[in-house]
Design a protein around this ligand. Structure first.
Ligand code: RAM
Length: 973
């Protein structure tokens, strides 16, 4: 499969024993062997694999013990579920005695097979470790049981260092008031520990070293939260870094989101949370005798500033090697000239263990081209728009000499970076030399959204000296997609790169300009795609806390999370509703009802709030800033239509969530409310009547405004009775056809388009939209060299050049929400609407003129794979269904009698049950296992006659097109 890393390759799989379904990929709260969870009742889950059909589980048993020997028969585990007869289970929430902090727990799952008895149960083992505190967000100070003894410490914040920072021109960023990064160190002596753990956080960003060696591989830690509500800490196993004798625990701090520039307000750095960075850390050293000693942040630490003269997420970073104090992080360094650390406070109440995978540098990209554009100035093209930074080896640099690295997503057509769309984000990194040779320069506390880097100050740039380092939250990659059309394949790559670039501690809208905010609607529309590409359960567990922390005093969800002063709080339709929609989708994907349990209060408060302001059930008041169908070209959809549809949707989901949680009365109440809003929607916005062009017995339907998005929300949110829904779908199709076929939707409508057309029998039209290459379309930007999805359909056009620089990101995932349909509709990998956790798959490939497509997804239940090929009239469909699941497989065929499975007639094949047949398909239900269907299928869809969709646009070379051209040579068939 193209363009996607192997699914979660880090999880070792056990060798196949002669057993039933085998558990693998054991997870604790959706993470592999997490160090430092503070969840009192973590979810212990597993996936299943098997080589046989119908090899389903019937029962499981989970045992948890501190001593792994207690997991075996005869042992005395701390918790033992005993044998639980639950064929659906792929996880259980821990229900044993209270877990102790700072302890490793081993656990084992045993799975019994449904098959005939010679099959043995299969087992797998894993572990998790509890964090500093044993309970989430407990006010330990109040209970007198505060496990932390460390203080928050800082470098004396008086701005002495700013004065002696270089101010000669290039480092003009000091005008922003950015200060040098503090360095902090503590020497201590220790015996070699049997076990050492470091618990650490910062108000700001930290990087910690022990005896000169970097601790962990987290970037931009501790991550972004609303620091007024919670501050995450991380746990590291540092046993191998501490040695007998003198040691040094050392840290560098940076402003990060805490005290740097955040968002698009041209405010001073530090306007949002704090004004200078601070560190908190505890190093726990446990000897072989079980005794623990601690090294904690306190006034005994020494501080200074070093080579990093400033570091800011938006502005960039400056290293001046003349300030470097070599050996400062090693034992033996003379820190007598350093200052004592300043204790700011000892407040531990907001500290929580981070529940997600950190941001990591996951890969590096080599330059595609390096062009000398002027003496001492080079332009590097990495061939891919990304979020990250440049790592550069500088062979020689005189003392005071400087190298400047600037970044941009695109060029302006004259071999210059186009930076107007970065707004106030300087995105500039600077290295000032001290005369030494072979310096590795890589900023550590910033990142940029870029494809191009301009390097000034070096006579030459050797291709082996420069790479782009890709940074993102390390959500395990879980998906792959492939198909015969190179344009659609590349679209999937663009969508995936948009995801990588924008999942950076929070789901951001864009990685390049002075914004990078956790916009709720963007995340809402993109989540179904994201959750097919990667395992985002832990990432969204964390972000839903941010969403909850951001809620307004009247209970409302906001537009961005973490909340940020300067962004209108009141959640707009589709934006605030993300607080309801996202937990529901996560529940359906990961089969973890805790997503709903944690969210239900917020869901209710949100729906009640809208209801309170709009007792007539038309959402017209308290609509926040109302972004409508953001960035839709053409006629805007009436705002009340969008808002009221979302109101109904949120009420419906609240009802469904309550039902899952067993809260019947709540479920009934919100269900009735959803029905009532639907009725008002129909009464107010829907008109029916005969129209020309349709047969007499067909009703025609108009939704107020008569826009694509109006029909899309009404249909996707099931606001219309069945007969009207069919008519509305016909009108939607007419509108799409009249437009091109093309979409005229913005952020909200776009995600619904292909799924709704497909659900109403117009997958052909969805395919036509996919193949379109003029704007608005997904392939238009690709024709002009895009490597990520753009914020706007027309971010650049041959006729108009660049869109308004004030808002024109070339790496925005919202319009990439079509990625879901590539899996579900093109390849055909999805789950039934009534299914959670992929218990019931829905395999519905739509060939649409392609000759092959396939997708793979590593689900909570196990690996799912769908692949099909079409060769003339012969169709072949391979399906892999994980143990415990079933699949409804819709085999495309124009001759249902021709369908065979693994060389037998399909109806006679084991574990295959025929359901229905239609004009162009036959439907079967299959049990778990691998299947190979073949059929006769004459693809008559209009797109079957299309050549491959994408041709590089060579008609109108223009300055910008020249900059895009050649970025990706077309992969012609
Ligand atoms: C812009 C961004 C973002 C969108 C908001 C409404 O700042 O495009 O993606 O959600 O506006």
């Amino acid at each position: 499969m193209s363009g996607s890393p192997a699914a979660d390759a880090r999880t070792p799989r056990p060798p196949a024993p002669p057993s039933g379904p085998r558990p693998y990929a054991l997870r604790c709260d959706h993470r592999t062997t997490p160090l430092g969870t503070d969840e009192p009742a973590p979810l212990l889950s597993w996936r299943l694999e098997s080589d046989r059909r119908g090899d389903d589980p019937v029962a499981y048993r989970v045992r948890v013990a501190e001593d792994p020997r207690d997991l075996a028969g005869g042992g005395r585990p701390l918790w033992d579920t005993g044998r639980v007869a639950d064929p659906d289970a792929v996880g259980v929430v821990y229900g044993g005695p209270a877990l102790t902090a700072r302890t490793r727990y081993h656990w084992r799952v045993t799975v019994w097979p449904a098959g005939p008895t010679p099959l043995r149960p299969a087992e797998a083992t894993s572990w998790f470790e509890t964090a500093m505190a044993d309970d989430l967000m407990t006010d330990h100070a109040a209970t007198g049981a505060d496990p932390w003894s460390a203080s928050w410490i800082a470098h004396d914040p008086r701005p002495v260092d700013v004065v002696d920072a270089p101010t000669d021109g290039v480092v003009a960023l000091d005008h922003h008031g950015l200060a040098p990064c503090p360095t902090l160190r503590r020497a201590f002596s220790a015996a070699r520990p049997a076990r050492a753990r470091l618990y650490v956080s910062a108000r700001g960003l930290y990087e910690v070293r022990i005896n000169g060696a970097r601790v962990g591989d987290a970037e931009l830690a501790p991550g972004w939260t609303d620091y007024h509500h919670r501050v995450q800490y991380q746990t590291y196993d540092v046993t191998d870094l501490v040695r007998a004798g003198e040691n040094v625990l050392a840290a560098t701090l940076a402003d990060g989101w805490w005290s740097g520039f955040v968002g698009f307000e041209p405010r001073r750095a530090g306007a949002h949370y704090g004004t200078f960075p601070q560190l908190i850390a505890e190093l726990h050293l446990t000897g072989a005798d079980g005794r623990t000693t601690k090294v904690v942040t306190d006034p005994a630490w020494r501080t200074a500033t070093g080579a990093i003269r400033h570091a800011d997420l938006l502005m960039g970073e400056c290293h001046d090697l003349r300030y470097a104090a070599d050996g400062w992080d090693l034992p033996g360094f003379d820190d007598s000239g350093w200052s004592p650390a300043v204790v700011t406070d000892t407040d531990h109440r907001l500290l929580v263990a981070s529940p997600d995978e950190p941001v990591r540098a996951t890969t590096t990209l080599l330059p595609r081209t390096i062009t000398r554009v002027a003496p001492g100035r080079h332009l590097v093209d990495f061939g891919q728009n990304l979020a990250g930074r440049v790592r550069l080896r500088v062979p020689a640099l005189p003392a005071g000499g400087r190298v400047v690295v600037r970044h941009a997503e695109v060029l302006d057509g004259t071999e210059q970076l186009y930076t107007a769309n970065l707004r106030t984000a300087a995105a500039t990194d600077v290295l000032v030399g001290d005369g030494r040779a072979n310096v590795m320069f890589e900023p550590r506390f910033t990142y940029h959204g870029f494809r191009y880097a301009e390097i000034s100050g070096l006579p030459d740039v050797d291709p082996s000296d420069v790479v782009a380092v890709v940074l993102h939250s390390d959500t395990p990659w879980a998906g792959a997609f492939d198909c015969s059309d190179p344009g659609i394949r590349r679209l999937h790559d663009c969508v995936s790169w948009g995801q990588r670039s924008n999942f950076v501690s929070v789901p951001t809208d864009c990685p390049q300009r002075d914004e990078r905010l956790g916009w709720l609607a963007d995340a809402q529309v993109f989540l179904p795609t994201a959750a097919l590409n990667a395992d985002v359960a832990a990432f969204f567990t964390k972000w839903l806390r941010d969403v909850d922390d951001a809620r307004t005093p009247d209970g409302g969800f906001t537009n961005v999370a973490p909340r940020l002063a300067g962004v209108d709080d009141e959640g707009a339709p589709g934006w605030g509703d993300a607080g309801v929609i996202i937990p529901w989708h996560l529940y359906r994907t990961y089969d973890d009802p805790r997503f709903l349990a944690r969210a239900l209060d917020g869901m209710r408060a949100w729906v009640d709030l809208i209801h309170r302001h709009n007792p007539d059930l038309l959402w017209r008041k308290r609509v926040g800033p109302h972004f409508s169908d953001w960035l839709a070209p053409g006629t805007p959809t009436p705002r009340d239509v969008i808002a009221t549809a979302y109101f109904a949707r949120s009420a419906r989901i609240t009802s469904l969530a309550a039902d899952v949680l067993g809260e019947r009365e709540t479920a009934r109440r919100y269900g009735e409310l959803a029905d009532a809003i639907g009725a008002v929607f129909a009464e107010q916005f829907v008109t029916t009547g005969p129209t020309t062009g349709v047969t007499a017995d067909e009703t025609s339907v108009r939704i107020e405004g008569d826009t694509q998005t109006g029909y899309l929300v009404a249909l996707a949110f099931e606001l219309l009775p069945a007969d009207l829904a069919d008519a509305a779908a016909r009108r939607l199709a007419e509108l799409v056809e009249q437009a091109g076929p093309a979409l005229t939707t913005g952020f909200l409508g776009v995600a619904l388009a292909a799924p709704v057309l497909d659900a109403h029998g117009r997958a052909d039209l969805a395919h036509a939209l996919l193949r379109r290459t003029d704007h608005p379309s997904w392939l238009f930007p690709l024709r002009h060299g895009a490597t990520t999805v753009w914020e706007r359909w027309d971010g650049w056009t041959p006729e108009g050049g660049f869109q308004a620089a004030s808002m024109n990101s070339f790496n925005h995932y919202a319009l990439g929400s079509v990625g879901e349909w590539l899996y579900r509709g093109v390849a055909g990998l999805g789950q039934r609407p009534d299914s959670t956790g992929y218990r019931h798959l829905s395999v519905r490939p739509h060939p649409g003129g392609l000759t092959h497509a396939g997708a793979r997804h590593e689900s909570v239940r196990g690996a799912i794979e769908v692949r099909w090929t079409r060769d003339g009239d012969r169709f072949e469909l391979r399906v892999q269904v994980p143990p415990g699941a079933t699949a409804d497989v819709r085999v495309p065929t124009t001759d249902p009698a021709s369908v065979r499975e693994s060389d037998t007639r399909a109806e006679d094949a084991p574990h295959v049950t025929p359901l229905t047949t239609g004009r162009d398909h036959a439907l079967y239900r299959v049990a778990s296992g691998a299947y190979r269907f073949t059929s006769v299928y004459a693809d008559t869809s209009p797109t079957a006659r299309l050549p491959h969709a994408l041709r590089q646009d060579r008609r109108r070379p223009s300055p910008a097109a020249a900059s895009f051209a050649g970025t990706h040579e077309e992969d012609t068939p």
